[in-house]
Write a protein that binds this ligand. Structure first.
Ligand SMILES: [Mn+2]
Length: 238
């Protein structure tokens, strides 16, 4: 059985009515694409929400899109939507929906999906300060392992010059992770990063990338990663 993952990030749902693009359009497009691909899981690698002041109606629309999608959705809280006592994930009801899994809220750092022989791990942002965003789980308990992280990749030569940046991820961090795929968020543009020792990809944001990353975990063919276009022309509906 091939496991199909759709990876996106940095959707930034907020009260930005009046713009041609809103986070709700991006969220809808990602979920539509995932449904068309019959994805087993949708991974949203942080900054799904732009801020904690998202109004109740917009939060409701976003939660309805997710819970009515018929998809299993795994969310990693990022620096714009960290886990806080009264955070969006709890206010929206997302944290108690059976098909929605919020790392650091509904679950700890690892979720095992035994039916898919898959474990998904990630370290949620728990405030606005700096932290080491890439979680390195202990030994595997399942055939497949995916790690989600929300941070800023810095190549080795630029590491020292980027000491002022928060949430840095370096090749030395990636090399310490035993995973079939690392789903990264925080960049608006899609990119493969690292030295190739582990497949580590940014999806980019729906509006800037115009795509999602599609990851296929195949017992015979191994791991493949592609990008699939989003249809961002749908209007949002209340
Ligand atoms: Mn971010």
């Amino acid at each position: 059985m091939t496991v199909v993952l759709v990876h996106s990030s940095d959707i930034h749902v907020d009260d930005d009515a009046g713009w041609a693009y809103t986070g709700l359009i991006g969220l809808r497009a990602v979920l539509d694409r995932a449904r068309a691909l019959a994805a087993d899981f949708v991974l949203l690698a942080g900054d799904t929400f732009d801020n904690h002041r998202v109004s109740a109606p917009v939060l409701r629309q976003a939660a309805d899109l997710i819970t009515q999608s018929g998809l299993q959705v795994v969310l990693l809280p990022g620096n714009h939507d960290p886990v806080l006592p009264d955070c969006l994930f709890r206010r929206s009801g997302l944290s108690v929906h059976p098909a929605v899994h919020v790392l650091g809220v509904t679950r700890a750092e690892t979720i095992l999906f035994a039916d898919h022989a898959l474990e998904i791990s990630g370290r949620a942002h728990r405030g606005f300060g700096d932290m080491a965003p890439l979680y390195s789980p202990a030994s595997r308990t399942a055939r497949w392992r995916v790690v989600m992280a929300h941070g800023h990749y810095v190549p080795p030569k630029e590491w020292a010059a980027n000491a002022h940046r928060s949430w840095r991820i370096g090749d030395h961090d990636l090399a310490g992770v035993d995973a079939d795929y690392i789903a990264l968020g925080h960049w608006d543009r899609p990119a493969a990063v690292g030295d190739g020792s582990v497949p580590a990809y940014y999806s980019g944001s729906p509006d800037l990338a115009g795509t999602v990353n599609v990851v296929r975990l195949d017992p015979v063919l191994g791991v493949s990663v592609s990008r699939e276009a989003l249809n961002l022309s749908h209007p949002t509906t209340a």
